[in-house]
Design a protein around this ligand. Structure first.
Ligand SMILES: *Cc1c(COP(=O)(O)O)cnc(C)c1O
Length: 368
């Protein structure tokens, strides 16, 4: 029996190196509520990512919910259907109606040209996703937002460490939200962070993630419990020591696939982003009509060889029951996203993926 290949494997530092962190927690008995590891991780991440302020949180989904609250977003938010459900679920949890617009064929990110037509008197914000870590058209989005007085929130769950024109892509938008979930490039098992433009915004978000408490007896908002524990923060500090190696290993896998798949009829690798330093968080291929099988048949062929690939993002968010009756969810208005959902397959990519396994994966495609 050949060992299965997973689509992703969480990166874990050597267990022994975690012991001293745990001993410190056991000694000081500070388990959560913005303890020393939490504070250290916020500082270390700001340094590593090249941002000025960020607020750690329990996960990216609660981070998005808090980000919408912090900016007072109501009414309608223009967003992409080509993402993980948390993007629009976070809006629903705030009583906001998502309005889906189509994506660009080359980046699979929200198409700024489609945003304008979707603006109504109820529109208050744009929530865009740096899909697969590839930067959105940040300038065009900023321009539209300023013309129409809209806020911009980036779901940057995929965009850890991504640079755009030499600076962190996380500096764009009013707020940007990272995910540190187990499946992401940098993980704290569960976790996330909200990147803030200034100290005042961060402070407000720190209140919101702690029930709205400012001090023992003062509650300034109907906040939530969105705090990151000390164990998760400690893990983050240890992971940070290895994240450079992890990104370098991912880059090698990305390069191998691009070379090995070059000239394969019917298979297109999603283009590398222009003017950006990516993080190689995913490896999406587009299975064209000139490939001998459908995308789903290829997916099944991989499965038959114990190789897990992912139709990420299929189905589109807009096709789930809680969204599909919305007028903006009509697939006729979302032709690019609909086509992408039916042609994308994400190949396995993670630091420990061996060259033999990479070859095994490419062989499945070449055999067809
Ligand atoms: C993973 C992911 C999320 C949710 O992140 P959690 O930390 O698991 O809550 C949100 N948006 C996108 C695009 C994601 O990929």
């Amino acid at each position: 029996m050949i060992a299965p290949i997973y689509v992703t494997q969480p990166f874990l530092p050597p267990l022994a190196e975690f012991q001293p962190y745990l001993e410190q927690i056991w000694a000081n008995k500070i388990l959560t509520n913005g303890g020393p590891f939490h504070q250290q991780l916020e500082h270390s991440l700001c340094d590593y990512l090249g941002v000025d302020h960020l607020a750690l949180c329990a996960n990216a989904t609660v981070g998005l919910v808090i980000a919408l609250q912090a900016l007072g977003i109501k009414g309608e938010v223009i967003t992409t259907p080509y993402s993980f459900v948390a993007t629009s679920h976070s809006q629903m949890w705030n009583g906001i109606s998502p309005v889906f617009v189509d994506i660009e064929p080359d980046t699979l990110n929200i198409d700024p040209a489609k945003i304008k037509a979707a603006i109504t008197p109820r529109t208050t914000a744009i929530m865009a996703v740096h899909c697969y870590g590839n930067p959105c058209a940040v300038d065009a989005i900023a321009q539209i937002a300023s013309e129409s007085n809209l806020k911009v929130i980036y779901d940057a769950a995929h965009a850890f460490g991504v640079k755009h024109r030499g600076t962190s892509v996380l500096r764009h938008g009013d707020l940007a939200v990272l995910s540190f979930h187990a499946t992401k490039v940098f993980n704290t098992f569960e976790g996330g962070a909200i990147v803030c433009p200034d100290a005042k915004t961060k402070q407000h978000i720190d209140h919101l993630k702690n029930f709205g408490f400012v001090d023992e007896t003062t509650v300034v908002a109907a906040g939530i419990n969105g705090k990151m524990s000390e164990v998760n923060a400690a893990l983050g500090l240890l992971q940070l020591k290895y994240v450079g190696d992890a990104l370098a290993a991912r880059q090698k896998v990305d390069a191998f696939y691009r070379t090995a798949l070059q000239g394969t009829v019917g298979i297109t690798c999603l283009a590398k982003p222009i003017n950006a330093t990516p993080n190689y968080s995913y490896f999406p291929i587009l299975v064209g009509t000139d490939f001998p099988t459908s995308r789903d048949t290829l997916h099944a062929a991989f499965k038959a060889k114990s190789i897990n690939t992912r139709r990420y993002f299929y189905p589109l968010i807009s096709s789930f029951p809680m969204y599909r009756s919305m007028s903006s969810a009509d697939p006729q208005h979302l032709p690019v996203a609909t086509a992408a959902a039916h042609s994308v397959l994400c190949l396995p990519i993670y630091p420990g993926l061996s060259p033999q396994d990479q070859a095994r994966i490419v062989q499945v495609i070449h055999d067809i």
